[in-house]
Design a protein around this ligand. Sequence first.
Ligand code: UDP
Length: 236
Amino acid sequence: MKYKRILLKLSGEALSGTKGYGIDPKVLLQYSEEIKKVIQAGTQVAIVIGGGNIFRGIEAQQAGIDRVQGDYMGMLATVINAMALQGALEKVGLYTRVMSGIRMEQVCEPFIRRRAVRHLEKGRVVIFGAGIGNPYFTTDSTASLRAIEIEADVVLKGTRVDGVYSADPEKDKTATRYSTISFDDVYKMGLNVMDMTAFTLCKENKLPIIVFDMNKSNNLYKLVQGEQVGTLISMD
Ligand code: UDP
């Protein structure tokens, strides 16, 4: 296996499948099976899951809810998703822990870096819920930060698009996909990979990012094995 420890970022929206809102159990099961393959191959898996299928702080603001209040609501939404994913992962026979950026002992453990690493070493899937526990951040930033903290080899951003394109492939037919691209070129071309906080954290810590299509069966496994899937963003 090329990668020994990965941080997988999944968006909340992906969990809603074709429904467009809430949580689709079929997607949960599909993702769990994909994650099981890499765990069985010996790779350690940490996951950050978004909350966009339930709540986003920025949308709350548009609806007249205070931004900070909305952000905390968004963080709680990610815990709901984390618990849903935990249940699905356990159903396929994996051992898991949810660790939260906001203390809620009855539901899950608080995030403690050394404990997270220990869980990973024991082969448990660790899901980081509640973001980093602070408003004005995103779950992409959480993914970058946690990946650095646990010394993951790579951040894998699972999306419904199969990589980084020169333009939005859903709008522009001439858009081409990069198989590799440097952090600097992403900046220069103004490509949308992650929000800038998340992206800069990865760049400054030389932590590569791979953007790939999580909905395609075996993609995660291939990637972890070292096959070229999606777009690799790195220093060179
Ligand atoms: N959020 C936050 N701090 C964090 C992580 C998340 O305030 O560290 C809030 C923020 O309001 C965000 C929401 O939680 O909009 C859900 O996360 P995100 O939008 O990143 O989810 P995704 O787009 O990946 O589904």
